[in-house]
Design a protein around this ligand. Sequence first.
Ligand SMILES: [Zn+2]
Length: 234
Amino acid sequence: MAKDPAVLLAPGVWRIPLVGDFVNGFMFRDADDQVTLMDMGLKPSGKKVIAALRWIGSDVTDVTRLLLTHAHSDHAGGAAYVAEQTGLGIGVHVDDAAFVRSGTVPAMGSRLGRLMSRLPGNGFAAVPVAEELSDGQVLPVAGGLRVVHTPGHSPGHASYLHEESGVLITGDAIFNVRRLRWPVRAFCSDFAMTTRTAHVLGELDYTTAAFTHGPELREHPREDIRAFLARHPA
Ligand SMILES: [Zn+2]
């Protein structure tokens, strides 16, 4: 059975499965029909993002903001296509902005990661940055979208909290692939920092936790994330 191009998380908030549930993007639609797109997956996923947008009954002309959780190829790879289709630049935390502008991936903390990051094709097409974001900033997206800086996976990695719907987007701070887990250590700029800064996600209030890698948790997600963090103290 064919899967839908988008999964409704809350009124006006969708997950876009870009590689099954393994790589996700997100959409937010305001009451006045403006749409914000977040994370565009790998390079071929840009088209899937636009298809998902059309599937919810919106069009490229409705999109007013593009956001990234961080400057890795499995999130920013499709961004150039989506930026071109919408005529918009990217909003990203200030500490990842230079990487988005140059289409390069931040240095990784392990030898394997450094090796991988030098492989041909590891970067992504450079995209203009329209907004440099900072921790605690609340963007005027669908009633308010809070930037939660969770560095470590990359210097400017950000999670996002949509307070109105109670949807948290962890980004790559925590994965939900088969179970809650840390992102792959080799691909983190600073793995120890990743595990330290993720603890802020246990302190926020939300009723759905959505992940850039893995399906969402709709039942007691905060308790599950707090339990995960308690098992993995900083
Ligand atoms: Zn990722």
